[in-house]
Design a protein around this ligand. Sequence first.
Ligand code: NDP
Length: 292
Amino acid sequence: MTARILDGKAISARIREEIAADVAEFVRLHQVTPCLAAVLVGEDPASEVYVRNKQRACEKAGIQSHLHRLPADTSEAQLLDRVRALNQDPQVHGILVQLPLPPQIQETKILDAVNPLKDVDAFHAENVGLVVQGRARFLPCTPHGVMQILHRSEIPVAGKHVVIVGRSEIVGKPLANMLVQRDSHLGPQAVNGTVTICHSRTADLPTVTREADILVAAIGQARLITADMIKPGAVMIDVGINRTEDGLVGDIDFAGVADVAAAITPVPGGVGPLTVTMLLRNTLTAAAAQQG
Ligand code: NDP
């Protein structure tokens, strides 16, 4: 293996220390503790784990978190009522509705009902629009985590061909919108990429992925990206989390690709920890904005 391992866990730990210090300073100045309300509908085991991780991370950073559990047969109207109550609650600074929601509930209806000032996932249409225009209120957590890994590993994006495989609203699309900006809170080197987005209808995926200086895989298919699909010396960011018989694996064939790439994020321990970290940052940002 020749590739440098981009240790998301270590990067995440450093950022969480910074956030915890900022939270402590915020509490000292305002006598208010940032508070995140997490809404979990049903008993999806993966969602349970994600919500638990988010709550634990909040606690360690000095952020309060409240879990609102609703049964799997909750109606759309009932969930809307809960979201509206949290919108009105001055003690709650950030609201997170854990996805996926049960089939009787339309996700966009719920996400659009969250007060945009408390929308720490940045899923509300208003916040998506602000990201596209390069004046984000909150940066979406997983794409922001990808930016932080690159930035803190001193891998510039400016001028690079970034190929993103996956066009979801949560990862692929917002990341593309962020990396094509002219400037960012991390400076112009962290953005200004030449971005290509691929998806399941892309003709001849390997030809496109071989063009990438930086390849981001956000697909949800175990080890789909193999060594023959990449340019030697490329940087590989693996967002995928796939449960297999071998445990958790990414969308990139780590063992094969690590001999060809210059750098690669592992799964687990790559992008995953950063997602929760950036949620903590957004919760503090929300609390600060609501404090005036
Ligand atoms: P989605 O299922 O919403 O999107 C997957 C995307 O991959 C779609 O755009 C789809 O194309 C594309 N795709 C699927 N198969 C292929 C293929 N054979 N060739 C090219 N493109 C393909 O997934 P998410 O974006 O929500 O998640 C992607 C992965 O990232 C998952 O493994 C998920 O668990 C993980 N994830 C990890 C996070 C973290 O914190 N590390 C956070 C969020 C997600 P099309 O649009 O045409 O269907």
